[in-house]
Design a protein around this ligand. Structure first.
Ligand code: CMC
Length: 435
């Protein structure tokens, strides 16, 4: 908080008004305009929330100009190399990194909740095998509310905590089930002696006929994907979770709403869209055709975009992209895929775009999804599962943000205003008099 004020004056005779300005611990100051309508009869207009902070938060901070991402104050570069995903979850949920004993306790609790109700299998069987796994995930995560009635009281802190644990623990099981169902293989039960990421890979790629061999490089790569996608402050899906939650909806319903929002290609669907784009360029003729494709992307008449490039907030390099790029090279090396034509194509595309004036002037750099799609493809994860893995990773961010909001005694139901441009009041004409 500060004593600084913003004075807004008007040219239409409305008296000028003062608004308090608040300072966060870092980041831009905010002007508190909550009383604007009451004092002036006017709303603000900010589609896309370009200048609007919709909540207070202590969880994640992004400085888009400096390319900085902090989880509870810790730089992503340190978290990604010094912590694993479940420690990151603990941090996001609780505000501090766990001690060894708290870590062991948390891991133990999450691990005990990895199984889903056996009847969940019937939900999967109701879907077509060729359904997009994100469609399935929206359905089955929403359906969790029908199974866990004992933790739906959002005003009870213990219920909120157990719902958070259940979501974090069961998401890998549900995502792997969605995959197994799509390829007609039996579901693989979780194995609690494995780490979170190793267990997920076994549920994805194991089968009852032979033991699944854990590859530490790939498990570490997956864990890094999960860490880098764990939270990203008030993005579209997180804001959706908060908005849904502001009505008092249960956490499973709110996370299902977040998953639906994440699915869009401008958000979490970008890694899938990026791979589709790479395949399309490959079909057009590969590296030789990059120039033609870039020309199309720059053409104002075309809707084509270079997927995996650009970000609403990062107008410098996406710090997650640097870490993911490192993992990308590690995984391609481990799997001997350095010469794969698609991977060569992606590296060439990255190089050309980074040198092109159009992208430099608009500060369009590769984002995390450019590399995470390539890594996942190398690991054998099918393209249409990429966004599900993003959803699995982001669940902790969503539930941490939801918990923060519900625990705030001042939270209100979200209700944006509008600039109405439609017809003014008019009367209904009888059917034969209408033109
Ligand atoms: N390819 C070509 N041109 C682009 C791209 C792109 N990927 N992104 C932005 N531009 C151009 C855009 O056409 C505009 O040009 P002009 O000023 O001439 O009209 C300028 O750059 C500014 O773009 P914008 O649309 O105002 O930027 P935005 O902040 O509204 O959009 C974005 C951000 C992420 C939606 C957009 O960059 C995009 O669609 N990128 C591709 C999809 C993608 O990779 N999304 C993943 C984001 S990271 C994962 C996550 O956090 O969800």
């Amino acid at each position: 908080m500060s004593d600084t004020k913003a004075t807004i004056s008007f040219t239409d005779g409305t008296p000028s008004v003062d608004f308090p300005i608040y300072k966060g611990s870092i980041g831009p100051d905010v002007i508190d305009i909550r009383k604007l309508y009451g004092q002036t009869g006017k709303f603000t207009f900010d589609p896309g929330f370009m200048s609007t902070a919709a909540c207070e938060s202590k969880i994640t901070y992004i400085d888009g100009d400096r390319g900085e991402l902090l989880y509870r104050g810790y730089p992503i570069e340190q978290i990604a190399v010094q912590c694993d995903y479940l420690e990151t979850c603990y941090l996001l949920l609780n505000g501090e990194l766990p001690t060894r004993s708290k870590r062991d306790q948390f891991v133990g609790t999450v691990t005990k909740h990895t199984m889903v109700h056996e009847q969940m299998q019937r939900f999967f069987q109701g879907f077509r095998r060729d359904a997009h796994p994100m469609a399935v995930l929206v359905g089955v995560v929403g359906a969790l509310a029908a199974f866990y009635h004992d933790s739906l009281d959002i005003n009870n802190a213990a219920h909120r905590e157990i719902s958070a644990i259940r979501l974090i623990a069961k998401m890998p099981t549900l995502v792997a089930m969605a995959y197994k169902y799509s390829i007609g293989q039996p579901f693989i039960y979780p194995k609690n002696s494995l780490s979170y990421s190793a267990n997920f890979m076994r549920m994805m790629f194991g089968n009852p006929c032979e033991d699944y061999e854990i590859n530490d490089v790939l498990v570490r790569a997956l864990d890094r994907i999960l860490i880098l996608h764990a939270d990203h402050e008030q993005n579209a899906s997180t804001s959706t979770v908060r908005l849904a939650g502001s009505s008092g909806a249960n956490p499973f319903a709110c996370i299902a709403a977040g998953i639906a929002t994440l699915w869009g290609p401008a958000h979490g669907g970008a890694n899938e869209a990026c791979l589709v784009m790479l395949n399309d360029i490959q079909k057009m003729g590969g590296v030789e055709k990059i120039g033609e494709f870039i020309k199309q992307v720059k053409d104002k008449q075309s809707t084509a975009k270079l997927m995996g490039f650009g970000h609403r907030v990062y107008k410098n390099y996406d710090p997650r992209a640097k870490l993911m790029r490192e993992t990308c090279h590690e995984v391609l090396g481990e799997l001997g895929l350095g010469d794969d034509p698609l991977f060569k194509l992606s590296m060439k595309l990255e190089q050309i775009a980074l040198e092109d004036d159009y992208f430099i002037q608009r500060k369009l750099y590769p984002n995390v999804d450019f590399y995470s799609g390539i890594v996942q493809k190398a690991m054998g994860i099918p393209t249409d599962m990429f966004t599900c893995i993003f959803a699995l990773a982001r669940t902790v961010g969503w539930i941490s943000q939801w918990t923060e909001m519900i625990a705030d005694p001042d939270y209100k139901i979200g209700r944006p205003r509008q600039l109405f441009n439609g017809a003014t009041r008019r009367d209904v004409l009888p059917l034969d008099q209408r033109s």
